[in-house]
Design a protein around this ligand. Sequence first.
Ligand code: ASP
Length: 319
Amino acid sequence: MQRRNFLSFGLAGITSQLFGKSLDNQGVKNNPIVISTWEHGLDANKAAWEILSKNGKALDAVEAGVKVSEADPNITTVGYGGFPDRDGRVTLDACIMDENSNCGSVAFLEHIMHPISVARLVMEKTPHVMLVGEGALDFALKNGFKKENLLTPVAEKAWKEWLREAKYEPVINFENNHDTIGMIALDANGNLSGACTTSGMSWKMHGRVGDSPIIGAGLYVDNEVGAACATGVGEAVIRTVGSHLVVELMRQGKSPEKACKAAVERIMQRFKGFEKIQVGFLALNKKGEYGAYCIQKGFNYAVYSGKVNNQLFDGKSAI
Ligand code: ASP
């Protein structure tokens, strides 16, 4: 075989090895998998797995999955029950992305229990990617969503306690203030999708939007390569376009864990005071391999697949 032929044959082989059978998605069945951030990812994964295990679409799975967290009043940084901003208002950010690079997002949205479903409608029913604030609310109401009070008595009490000192510290306490749910999934047809939804940092400035609804920052999906999502201090994630960075690093051949690690290291190089904040990335590639990495210890994620029966894993940490 001539050297050039050998090279191109070799490259084709490597490419199909890298991306498995699923580049063309021509009726090839893959092993589905869903992964999501934090312990509440376990409940969310169950809903997603219901869909994935029946050969459903990753897009439907991630939406159904994160809706569980959005509706859970005990999760204080997602949807209903989320801690409010410093003016006592619960404002929500969410985004969703599918295997065709379609994406939709809402930010600074109030009164809607399921911002992820509004984000999906933005993706499917408008020529736009992102709607914010009043415009997002109007769009939701016109599409049949109900206006609800999302401030639970528990969240209101916590806010009133915070008001006594009203100390404005927009720093994520990495012990208990980082419950954004990011979920990414690969379905039986080899397609990837992801969703991310949050009420953001507690006691944030009114109008503050974090990384979670920003495509490329809080979430990114590239169906040729993989998907990634982020949690932690959104400002640090936005500055490095973190989830997009993770996917691009996987494109260059890094494993999901190594890609997440390199993105965390980039943040640590660029972000003064990184010792005091948490950022965690979670990634999944086309072959169904997954991994995570974070700055501080304490970031965990839930995995549900044919091989892993909805278990929690600790993300490796830099510190
Ligand atoms: N990334 C979210 C934000 O900055 C916070 C989190 O992950 O809990 O709004």
